[in-house]
Design a protein around this ligand. Sequence first.
Ligand code: AMP
Ligand code: GLY
Length: 428
Amino acid sequence: MNVLIIGSGGREHTIAWALAQSPAVTKLFAVPGNGGMAQIATCAPDIKATELEKIRDYALAHNVEFAVPAADDPLCLGAVDVLEAAGIPCFGPNKAAAVIEGSKVFSKNLMQKYHIPTAAYEVFDNAAAALVYLEGYDTYPVVVKADGLALGKGVIIAQTKAEALAAVTEIMENKKFGGSGNQIVVEEFLSGPEVSVLSFADGKTVVPMVSSMDHKRAHDGDKGLNTGGMGTIAPNPYYTPDIAAQCMRTIFRPTIDAMAAEGRPFKGCLYFGLMLTPNGPKVIEYNCRFGDPETQVVLPLLGTDLLEIFWAVREERLAGLEIRWKAAHACCVVLASGGYPEAYGSGYPIAFGADEEALVFHAGTKRLADGTIVTAGGRVLGVTALGDTLQAAVVNAYAAADTIRFRDAFCRRDIGQRALGAGTESFS
Ligand code: AMP
Ligand code: GLY
């Protein structure tokens, strides 16, 4: 079977890597793909992930029989609707269901209507009303979120009233995130360990994958700016079997049922960003796709053919499928370009090491005509290793990451440290 993956990050490389192991896959294609994906798939680097008609035409021309739009933008624009209408089966939510990520106002209202635990909130569609509300608000920090997609940067944690007022002005009046800021959500600040749970959902059944933990800040000790994610570990030790059962009962099942009741059955990977608060697990955010870099630690632990699962989701047969996981731990360390998440250089050649055990997933790379791989993004590579213990996985991932060189490379040195100390720290 010819399979097309849409996107260009570490997540997409990991999905391509997992699909390449399926005996049913004959040929992989990627639009636009990256330097790593080019080693296992035919890439179309000149087509953007958001050019849906071009992607459809490319898929038809290359006899694509199954497609996986993996990034948020194409999903929210309706990639699944466009491809399915052309007779190409897909793994992923249609546009109506992808709104669970595409609009925070939608997702907050959904949670409120169906009593799914989340932070208390207010929605505003004009800056004046939001400013008046915040003038009278006295519990800080407070969280200000742009309604729409904002490259992961639309969430501002304001420590003071002045910061909150400035955030509203930036988002709603200066349109820092364009139309994504036409509406905002102002919500209560929650604290506790964060857990990412990706799940397979076929509209009726939801099957959580192994849990994981992201490290979002750029520098050690959770310092520096927010990034797309600097590393991950799985499974997440804070996510105990009791908490998993509670999440299934109060969050996962109710969300799938709510989407079905709204006439927007969710099929694909539904990502639950959770905070384990003193008052129980609460939803911080939903994403309508695999997380990045969570995918780089979750899929390497999967013990079942990924294409089989994708087909079962597409055909709504998830309830009858057994999904197995390896009894191991995984750690992914992201190697980034100096300066990221702000300005950084690119086009630097990458010298790969000789560690054969580790998995090196490409995020921001490009393969030149002569085969050289050069840097082409802020997050360049995700280096994943497994281990019998979390400690072993962390050691293995750093050993492999330290054999790779490119100009101005940096990584966090403390990926996994919070998880290794689970249970010994306080969140207040
Ligand atoms: P997001 O861009 O939605 O992934 O949010 C980025 C990060 O902001 C999350 O991973 C949380 O760490 C933090 N965050 C979002 N909402 C809240 C909240 N209500 N309380 C505390 N932290 C939050
Ligand atoms: N790692 C967070 C995300 O994929 O949105």
